[in-house]
Design a protein around this ligand. Structure first.
Ligand SMILES: CC(C)(COP(=O)(O)OP(=O)(O)OC[C@H]1O[C@@H](n2cnc3c(N)ncnc32)[C@H](O)[C@@H]1OP(=O)(O)O)[C@@H](O)C(=O)NCCC(=O)NCCS
Length: 224
């Protein structure tokens, strides 16, 4: 259905634009720009996360800090939102939060938590993927796209730019963790939320192969 015409330009290091079009449903090409998270993008990050859970407020508190918070606890109550927002802001201000923001018409519409696997503070249950800590692996931990911009190729663009970023940084393997058994993982969630790690098909269509199948998710890999 979709033709990703490719990464067309490299601007300011890791600012990319890609042209994406649904051949059938959307007449005009959609320009998706991807920027690497830096302290100066903090306001965009917050603007995006403040609204991106409009269809699923149950997760609105997260601010994608789950994998960069030490310990085993995580307060997922709605009241914890301001606390997680403040903690995440502090990390971003200090250049300690990593990932990619996607923009359409200058507005942030998508996020991919992508960084060297070794730099995650807390991989939680995905730590099982780390059989050799020395492997030069970049991890694609999760995605979030604004509800009104889903199914337009935003995650596809983010995934491919993440791979380019990993390669630029000397990593040799890109790794993702798509849920493959929702009843054991995200049972009862709507499709979009059950696939917050990125749908398996997204990875398979973009050069990833199943490296290891676990009970509720697969470890998928692409050589860079
Ligand atoms: C899952 C999600 C990331 C997909 O992002 P997206 O930008 O819509 O994905 P894309 O348009 O790039 O599509 C990529 C692939 O995913 C699959 N896909 C996308 N939307 C789909 C849908 N509604 N049904 C089935 N498959 C779908 C397809 O395989 C698609 O590839 P194709 O179009 O070539 O067939 C998005 O739905 C989302 O943000 N969900 C919420 C995630 C969330 O809650 N994150 C926060 C965690 S705290």
């Amino acid at each position: 259905m979709r033709s990703l015409l490719g990464v067309l330009e490299v601007l300011n290091g890791l600012t990319y634009t890609a042209e994406s079009a649904h051949r059938v449903f959307v007449a005009r090409a959609l320009k998706i720009e991807v920027r690497e998270l830096k302290p100066q993008l903090l306001a965009d990050y917050l603007t995006f996360f403040d609204k991106a859970f409009s269809d699923f407020p149950e997760w609105a508190e997260c601010y994608c800090g789950f994998y960069d918070t030490p310990g085993t606890d995580w307060d997922a109550s709605p009241e914890s939102g301001p606390e997680h927002r403040a903690a995440r802001s502090e990390l971003i201000r200090n250049g300690k939060a990593h990932g990619l923001l996607a923009y359409i018409d200058g507005k942030p519409v998508g996020w991919c938590n992508a960084q060297p696997r070794a730099s995650f503070v807390n991989m939680r249950s995905y730590r099982v993927a780390v059989t050799d800590p020395e492997e030069p692996v970049g991890s694609i931990m999760c995605f979030l796209v604004s509800p009104e911009h889903r199914s337009k190729g935003v995650s596809t663009t983010l995934l491919n730019v993440a791979c380019d970023m990993f390669k630029r940084d000397g990593l040799q393997i890109a790794e993702g963790y798509p849920t493959t058994n929702p009843t054991k993982g995200s049972g009862g969630l709507p499709w979009a939320e059950a696939n917050y790690k990125g749908p398996l098909n997204l990875f398979l269509k973009n050069g990833f192969r199943i490296h290891k199948q676990l009970e509720r998710f697969a470890i998928v890999r692409r050589q860079l």
